[in-house]
Design a protein around this ligand. Sequence first.
Ligand code: MF3
Ligand code: CO
Length: 256
Amino acid sequence: MAQLKTPAEIDEMRPAGAFIAHVLTSLRSVAAVGVSLRDLDAHAHGLIREAGAHSVYLGYHPSFGAIPYPGVLCTSVNDAALHGLPSDYVLRDGDVLSIDFAAQVEGWVADSALTFQVGTPSPEAARLIETTERALAAGIAAAQPGGRMGDISAAIGEVGRSAGYGINADFGGHGVGRTMHEEPHVPNLGRKGSGQRLKPGLVIAIEPWFMAGGDGYVMDPDGWTIRSADGSLAAHAEHTVAITPDGPVVLTERSA
Ligand code: MF3
Ligand code: CO
C-alpha cells in the first residue's frame, strides 16, 4: 500500500522538488553541441555536492538493471527513451536529449525529467516533445483527490495515442517519498474510473514517455538504456506531484 504523506511532510518535500527543478534548468542551459553526457553528469554531481544533497541514482540496482547505476543522471539521446547512461557520447546538432534526475534533500526524494533539442530543432521532434509535455499536463490535471489511478493513465494514453505515438506501459510513474521508487505504479495506459483511489497525501511521479514510431522497445547491452525498437525518436517528461485536498501540487515545477 502506498504511504500517504501529511500536509507537513508534503511541505518537507518542497526543498527536494525545488532542487531537482533547479538542477534540470541548469543542465538545460549547459547542454549544447560538443558537450558530452559525462560532462552533464559531472555538472549535476557538482550541484549535488554543493547543496549537500544525496544522489539516489548512483549505485541504484533495481531488478531491471544489469549493473549498479553508474551516474547521477539518466541521459537518453534520440531513439533512447529511458535510463540512458551518461557516457562519453558528445552531443551533436539536432540531438533530442532527455534528462531524468532524482535526488534526496533533507531526507526526501523528488524525481523529474525533461526532453529538449540541442542545436537546430526539427518540427517532428518539437511535436513529439510538445505532445509528451501535454500528456504530463493532462496526467497532472487528472491527479485529483477522489479520482482513480486509471484517470491519470487514461489521460496520458489518450494524448499519446491521438497524436499517433508509440506507448509502452512496461515503465511508468511511481510513488515517491523517502525513496525514489515506492508504491503505487502509475501506468501510462489505462481506463478512466479504474484502479486505486487517489487520496490526499499520495505523492507520485507522473512520467509519460512516447515514441514517434511503434510501441516496442529494446534494451542496450549496457543493461540500462531503453530504446525504441524501430529506431524512432523518443521523449520523456516527468514531475513529482502531491495530491492534496485542493488538487494536484507539482513539487518539481521549473520557473524557466
Ligand atoms: N528516475 C527514473 C524514474 O523516473 C529512474 C531512473 S533509474 C536510475 O523512475 F537508476 F537511473 F536511477
Ligand atoms: Co520516475
